[in-house]
Design a protein around this ligand. Sequence first.
Ligand SMILES: C[S@@+](CC[C@H](N)C(=O)[O-])C[C@H]1O[C@@H](n2cnc3c(N)ncnc32)[C@H](O)[C@@H]1O
Length: 272
Amino acid sequence: MSGQDVKATVREKYGQAARRVTSGERTSCCSSTCCGGSEDPITSNLYTEVETASLPHQAVLASLGCGNPTALAELHQGEVVLDLGSGGGIDVLLSARRVGPTGKAYGLDMTEEMLALARENQRKAGLGNVEFLKGEIEAIPLPEGSVDVIISNCVINLSTDKQKVLAEAFRVLKPGGRFAVSDVVIRGEVPSEVRRSMELWVGCVAGALTEEQYLERLGEAGFEQIGIEPTRVYEFEDAKAFLSGAGLNTEVLAREVSGRVMGAFVRARKPV
Ligand SMILES: C[S@@+](CC[C@H](N)C(=O)[O-])C[C@H]1O[C@@H](n2cnc3c(N)ncnc32)[C@H](O)[C@@H]1O
């Protein structure tokens, strides 16, 4: 499949997820393969009750991340934050409160239905310092040097041109700007059947970079002070949950994948 085909499939899948939330359903998984009624090991329980209590219900229902980047990122009053692949807007709304009325939180997403949902969530939250932009993370529609902090939650793994995404993140950051991203990251190797599965690509696993690749590509983009910290390591039962439904031998592959897929916080800085 070409990069454009993958993008169209990703857009279709997340458009459906947004429509489910708009019709009142919980969209419980990043992976379309893991909606089996049990808790999704990747997307569940990422936020504290204090955080979710302050948000519109549909922003919480639409949460499809694999971490909580705003809890781990340093955010200050007056700063400009950009969320790559903002979905239903949960991290944009949380950031907007942290940067306050003198700051600004942008969300960027390519899926029309997600943008509509996010804008409705912004309206319900009553936040004026938020703007949702339509566009692709491989071509960020903001000027060079205009952002203090880039956040993202389980999106960069979905791109077929990650080097372009990182180059764009670097371009729009101000000198000294921070990259503070939650993403799925692979430790070691995962079987080629997993890498080839479109279901698992859309489900945030097959396209994930290894730790080494992430470090190398951030360095190539020009970043410094790069670090990757695991926030959740998916063991056998978790792997079974996200592999099920992909038409693969779940039991065998889950053993091979166990402990090698993780939610991680990836941080870096643009030199001053
Ligand atoms: C796994 S969801 C995560 C959404 C949100 N960050 C969250 O934590 O709930 C992925 C989101 O990224 C968007 N997305 C995926 N690839 C993208 C791309 N290349 N450019 C812009 N948005 C993209 C999808 O439309 C979807 O809303």
